[in-house]
Design a protein around this ligand. Structure first.
Ligand SMILES: Cc1ncc(COP(=O)(O)O)c(C=O)c1O
Length: 405
């Protein structure tokens, strides 16, 4: 299908504005994506028509709001091809989803000295929760290094597996390098050793189709705000056998079956992991965002964004002093770079004055920066509403700034 980008852009009101008198060029989509009108209107619609606390009310509005939340759960289930809606837990974001697994898993499945494997290219959200558990439960972290081009070798992961390995937790796509990791191979490897695998899909689920049953991952996490949905909502997918086994992460309303001061029994899945009033407005709007993505088609998105990434890589590579950080053949929508002699922060600030929004800094991946021997990078990250003209503007902007130094 040919994507009508001009028409798509009209769905995103924020993109039409000027910044410092220049048309906004929004290339910070890995940090957060913009929202289509249908998502913005859905939030207004829920608050204007069906707002009521869910699950607990017998009244009309409460039932409508409950249906809306549970319908959104089914939409997420369909989107990632989970076998049951019970396997979809709503959280506040990918970060909370990983904290949930780290907390519940290490507490119930690990003994001091047991090992969790992560990689050098992880976002802090897939490092710190495990470090916190290391300090509480005595688990150890094993770190798989990256090789040149910014890739992970499955053989290197295998070398880190021992009889004490309890879980592998790995990014599907690096938010700095753009590398698409061979997660299907990692999951197969893990399962050969009876080790479950968590996939951090925060940078993949919006870019190409994911089928959790085909992948056979044990856990998968992502955030709504990076996939055109609202902030403050996230998803934890977990195989039912795992979610059944794990203890609750937080206590409170919604997650209980019966409470006395002596003993509490817990609700079934997925409610056992959803303590307190859930963000039913956010979940409903996430469902709307998924419908928006599905209407365009994830395969179409994948193809178009791949084209944008190739175009941008070629274009930027022609700039004098350009160094692309992360050169794997398997990349998705993220282009990190440095320009010789110019601090990323200075370049980012001056690009902003030209209306161009890129990210600068360590991108919540300081250990990766240390491994690369750099302080930070500039990062342009693409969504399906970006255009070749915007990439031309980025390249022209970088050249203009470079001339000032
Ligand atoms: C790879 C990766 N994992 C996890 C996260 C955390 O996402 P959130 O801040 O939405 O919880 C991010 C955010 O940038 C990310 O890029």
């Amino acid at each position: 299908m040919y994507l009508n980008i001009e028409k798509i852009r009209k769905d995103f009101p924020i993109l039409a504005q000027n910044v410092y008198g220049k048309p906004l060029v929004y290339l910070d989509n890995a940090a957060t994506t913009q929202k289509p009108l249908s998502v913005i209107r859905k939030i207004e619609e829920v608050y204007s028509t069906i707002n009521a606390n869910i699950h607990r009310g017998v009244h009309h509005l409460s039932q409508l709001a409950t249906e809306s939340h549970e319908e959104a759960r089914k939409t997420v289930q369909r989107y990632i091809h989970a076998s049951s809606a019970n396997e979809i837990v709503f959280t506040h974001g990918a970060t909370e989803s990983i904290n949930l697994v780290a907390g519940s898993f290490c507490r119930s499945q690990c003994k001091p000295g047991d090992e969790i494997i992560i990689t050098t290219m992880e976002h802090h959200a897939n490092i710190i929760p495990w470090q916190i558990q290391r300090d509480i439960t005595g688990v150890e972290l094993k770190i798989v290094p990256i090789i040149e081009k910014g890739e992970i070798h499955v053989e290197d992961i295998e070398e880190h597996i021992s009889s004490r390995t309890r879980l592998i937790s790995i990014a599907h796509v690096s938010n700095v390098l753009g590398t698409v990791n061979p997660v299907a191979d990692v999951i197969r490897l893990g399962h050969n050793y009876n080790v479950p695998v968590l996939i951090d899909a925060a940078q993949s689920v919006q870019h190409f189709p994911i089928d959790v049953q085909t992948l056979d991952c044990d856990f998968l996490v992502f955030s709504s705000h990076k996939m055109y949905g609202p902030t403050g909502v996230g998803v934890l997918y977990g195989k039912e056998i795992w979610l059944d086994k794990l203890p609750p992460y937080q206590g409170g309303g919604e997650m209980i079956a019966h409470v006395t001061f002596e003993k509490t029994t817990f609700n079934g899945l997925p409610f056992k992991f959803e303590a307190g009033t859930p963000d039913y407005v956010g979940s409903t709007a996430l469902g709307e965002a998924i419908r928006y993505i599905e209407n365009i088609g994830l395969e179409n998105i994948r193809r178009y964004e791949e084209h944008l990434l190739c175009y941008a890589t070629e274009k930027l590579s022609q700039i004098e002093g350009m160094q692309i950080i992360g050169t794997s053949e398997h990349k998705s929508s993220v282009l990190s770079f440095l320009v010789k002699g110019i601090h990323p922060y200075d370049m980012g600030m001056l690009l902003d004055r030209l209306g161009i929004a890129v990210r600068t800094g360590h991108h919540c991946a300081q250990p990766l920066m240390d491994a690369l021997g750099i302080e930070g990078t500039l990062r342009a990250s693409f969504a399906f509403y970006n255009t070749e003209e915007e990439i031309d503007a980025l390249a022209a902007g970088i050249e203009k700034v470079a001339k000032m130094f």
